[in-house]
Design a binder for this molecule. Structure first.
Ligand SMILES: Nc1ncnc2c1ncn2[C@@H]1O[C@H](COP(=O)(O)OP(=O)(O)OP(=O)(O)O)[C@@H](O)[C@H]1O
Ligand SMILES: [Mg+2]
Length: 266
């Protein structure tokens, strides 16, 4: 049986996703983000949440050292335990991991990056985010073979061994590629890719992504990264990639049955 990688957005209710994985134990890897938990915890701890805007206009989280701690705590201390508890409640054997476990996700930190601030381009050097450069899937294979659902989130392992925040969608894409997965399902808090992000009725059944260059339809940084991740997975040989609604009953079964948006390379 082929592997399916399911990425669950932070705003997706965990319960229905977890219940829906019972039929896929040993063939599914669950990857998660946690934007709402990160926002909440940064507020509780009084760590300012700041955004970087690239010269091309793409926004991302400014992960300074304090925010890296918040991200790690929110993902490993809140988002992941919630998923593990829910999986356990459905009798599903699951193990939580980050990209630091056995070097699962290797990443290169952006030591210096250009950003636009107050209309001027500045160089930001204290950002601890980066890109996945390699996946070492051994620990995932061991767990899958033993009948566990691995539950994976950032951070990844930097070149110096220190944690590096990475985008969870792109991490899921890299994991799917490394495992030779048959499916990548990106569950989010939208019906799929919408032609018009403000019109829930404008769902695209299919969405063609160009080989390179700008991706269409993304009205936010979050959806932009999701489509980039989908393209990376497709180009790396993952045959079926979809963005689907995580807020409906049986969201994984629905996505595997064709609900949401199927991505393809144009
Ligand atoms: N064309 C579009 N179609 C659908 N949603 C869109 C579109 N453009 C922007 N969006 C927004 O993108 C959001 C999904 O990305 P977002 O990064 O916020 O969530 P996520 O990736 O599911 O969760 P997390 O980042 O916590 O892992 C949707 O909730 C929607 O508001
Ligand atoms: Mg996101």
């Amino acid at each position: 049986m082929g592997v399916t990688v399911v990425k669950c957005g932070g705003a997706v209710p965990a319960e229905a996703v977890c219940a829906d994985l019972a039929d896929h134990v040993g063939e599914v890897v669950l990857v998660h983000g946690g934007a709402p938990e990160i926002a909440r915890l940064s507020g509780e701890l009084g760590v300012a949440s700041r955004t970087l805007v690239s010269p091309s206009g793409v926004t991302s989280r400014h992960t300074d050292p304090a925010m890296l701690d918040v991200v790690t705590l929110a993902l490993t201390g809140r988002a992941k335990p919630r998923l593990l508890r829910s999986l356990a409640g459905h009798g599903i054997p699951a193990v939580g991991l980050t990209g630091l476990d056995d070097g699962l996700l290797q990443a290169r930190r952006k030591a210096a990056q250009r950003a636009v601030r107050d209309g001027r381009t500045v160089v930001v050097r204290d950002d601890h985010s980066g890109r996945v450069t390699e996946v070492r899937p051994r620990v995932l294979r061991v767990l899958l073979d033993a009948g566990f659902v691995p539950v994976v989130s950032p951070p990844a392992t930097g070149e110096d061994g220190a944690p590096v925040n990475v985008d969870a969608d792109r991490a899921a894409a890299a994991i799917a590629a490394a495992l030779g997965a048959e499916r990548l399902v990106l569950l989010t808090s939208a019906p799929g890719v919408l032609r018009d992000a403000s019109d829930a009725g404008s769902l695209l059944g299919r969405c063609a992504l160009p080989h390179e260059g700008p991706v269409p339809h993304a009205a936010s940084g979050g959806m932009h990264r999701k489509l980039i991740a989908a393209r990376e997975a497709l180009l790396a040989g993952v045959p079926r990639v979809s963005v689907s609604d995580g807020r409906i009953p049986h969201p994984v079964t629905a996505a595997l049955g064709g609900a949401g948006t199927t991505l393809e390379i144009s």
